[in-house]
Design a protein around this ligand. Structure first.
Ligand SMILES: Nc1ncnc2c1ncn2[C@@H]1O[C@H](COP(=O)(O)OP(=O)(O)OP(=O)(O)O)[C@@H](O)[C@H]1O
Length: 387
C-alpha cells in the first residue's frame, strides 16, 4: 500500500540528507508509528507519501502508483485517497464544524445531497453529533482534533496520515484521540502516525519504524518507543517545607493503611488512588456494548439500521471542566467506568485494571477495497479519476 524503495531526500541548501536510503513497506490495514527525535525525518516521510515532495533518490509507491510518474495534474485526485491530520488541527476558523468537514467534499464537487448525508454521519462517527454549528474556537482542543479527523475521513480515504495528532492535547484527551485512531484502523483504514508519544507507542504495541538523523534504525512489528534515555526528563525541584509535607504524607498514608486494614479491602477515596495512572490498554479497550468503529463504507451508509455508529465515548464529556481538586486522571475515559461518581455516594474504589487487547488486524481479511466500493480494481489501477 505504501512502499519506500531506498529513498533519500535532500533539501536544497542542506548538506546532510533528511532521509537516507529509507526502505520499508506498509501493508493495507496496518497501524504504523513513525518515531524518532525532532528532525529525524518523520514529517519528510509523510510529505513524500502525500506527494507534497519528491525523493532525491529512490522511489515512493503509494496505492499502486509510482509517485515519480504521477503528473502534477493528477496529484489532487491521488490525494483524495489519503486523509491527513496534523498537530495544529488546521481548521478553517470562520467555518462551522459542519462547514469545515463539508469543505473537503465541496472541493471535489460532491453533490449537496451526499454532503448532507455524509457529514453528519462522519461527525457522529468521531463523537461530535450535536456540535455541527459550533465554530472551532467554541470547541476544546480534543474536539477540534476530532473535527480534523472527521474532515480527513469524510472522503473515505484508504490511508490516514497523522503527524503528531496529539501534540497539542492533554494526556487524557490524547488517549481519546488514540482510541479513535485505533478504531478507525480497526475499520480497515491504514494509519501511519508520526509521534513523540513514547507511552502510546509502547502500550499500543503496533508496528514501529524508527528514524534517527534520516536513517531507519528499526522496523519492528510490535514495537515500543525504544531508547528514551536521551530524552531529558524534568527533575523534581526541592521546595521549602518539603520535608514537613513528606512527613505529613507519611502519617496520612499510615492512617489510610490502618483504616484499610480495619475496614476490609475497600480503599478509601484518596487523591493517590485517583491519580494512579491507568494503563493505556485499559483506556483503549472498547466497552462490551460498544459498536466497533465500522468500515468506512459501512459507517457512511445511511443510518437506517438505527445503530448509531458512534465511538463509545462521545467528546462532550471533555467539554465539562475538570474537577477542581483532583487533577483529572481522565480515565473516566475508562469506558466501563463504574468508578467515576459525581454524587459522592460511593467512594471511587479502583478494581484491578483489566487489560483488553486492541482488536488484532487481520490484513488478509480486511477486504478494504470492497468495503470502500472500490472492489474489482487491481493494486496497479489508477487510484482515482485521472483524466
Ligand atoms: N523544507 C526544508 N528545507 C530544508 N530542510 C528541511 C526542510 N524540511 C525539513 N528539513 C530538514 O530535514 C530534517 C528532517 O525534518 P523533518 O521535519 O522531516 O523531521 P521530523 O522528524 O518530522 O521533526 P519534528 O519531529 O520536529 O517534526 C531536519 O533536519 C529539517 O531541518
Amino acid at each position: 500500500m505504501i512502499r519506500f524503495e531506498n529513498v533519500t531526500k535532500r533539501y536544497r541548501g542542506t548538506s546532510k540528507p533528511a532521509l537516507s536510503d529509507v526502505d520499508f513497506e506498509v501493508q493495507r490495514g496496518e497501524f504504523v508509528f513513525l518515531v524518532g527525535a525532532s528532525g529525524s525525518g518523520k514529517s519528510s516521510c509523510l510529505r513524500l507519501i502525500l506527494r507534497e515532495d519528491s525523493p532525491s533518490e529512490g522511489r515512493v509507491v503509494v496505492l499502486g502508483r509510482d509517485l515519480r510518474t504521477l503528473s502534477n495534474r493528477k496529484v489532487p485526485y491521488f490525494r483524495r485517497h489519503i486523509g491527513s491530520v496534523f498537530q495544529d488541527f488546521r481548521l478553517l476558523p470562520n467555518k462551522t464544524v459542519f462547514q469545515n468537514v463539508a469543505f473537503t467534499l465541496q472541493v471535489i464537487g460532491a453533490s449537496r445531497a451526499f454532503i448532507q448525508q455524509a457529514v453528519p454521519e462522519v461527525l457522529a462517527l468521531v463523537g461530535l453529533e450535536g456540535k455541527q454549528k459550533r465554530l472551532p474556537h467554541e470547541l476544546s482542543g480534543g474536539e477540534q482534533q476530532r473535527v480534523a479527523i472527521a474532515r480527513a475521513l469524510v472522503n473515505r480515504p484508504q490511508i490516514l496520515l497523522a503527524d503528531e495528532p496529539t501534540g497539542n492535547l492533554d494526556p487524557a484527551t490524547s488517549v481519546d484521540i488514540m482510541q479513535l485512531l485505533a478504531r478507525i484502523n480497526a475499520g480497515g483504514t491504514t494509519v501511519v502516525m508520526a509521534t513523540h508519544e513514547a507511552a502510546f507507542v509502547d502500550q499500543m504495541q503496533r508496528r514501529v519504524i524508527e528514524l534517527s538523523g534520516g536513517v531507519m534504525m528499526r522496523d519492528e512489528r510490535h514495537g515500543g518507543y525504544g531508547d528514551i534515555s536521551a530524552i531529558p526528563t524534568l527533575m523534581p525541584v526541592e521546595e521549602k517545607g518539603a520535608a514537613a509535607v513528606a512527613a505529613l504524607t507519611a502519617v496520612l498514608e499510615l492512617q489510610r493503611e490502618i483504616i484499610g486494614t480495619a475496614g476490609g479491602d475497600a480503599t478509601p477515596p484518596t487523591q493517590d488512588a485517583a491519580e494512579r495512572p491507568v494503563p493505556l490498554t485499559d483506556l483503549l479497550a472498547a466497552p462490551a456494548d460498544a459498536t466497533p468503529f465500522p468500515a468506512p463504507a459501512a459507517s457512511l451508509a445511511p443510518a437506517a439500521s438505527g445503530e448509531p455508529a458512534t465511538p463509545a465515548e462521545p467528546a462532550e464529556r471533555h467539554a465539562a471542566p475538570a474537577a477542581p481538586v483532583v487533577p483529572a486522571p481522565q480515565p473516566q475515559a475508562v469506558a466501563s467506568a463504574p468508578e467515576t461518581t459525581t454524587d459522592g455516594a460511593e467512594p471511587p474504589t479502583r478494581t484491578n485494571p483489566v487489560t483488553i487487547e486492541l482488536p488484532p488486524v487481520e490484513l488478509d481479511e480486511l477486504g478494504l477495497a470492497d468495503r470502500l466500493g472500490l472492489g474489482g480494481r487491481s493494486a496497479d489501477d489508477e487510484v482515482g479519476p485521472t483524466s
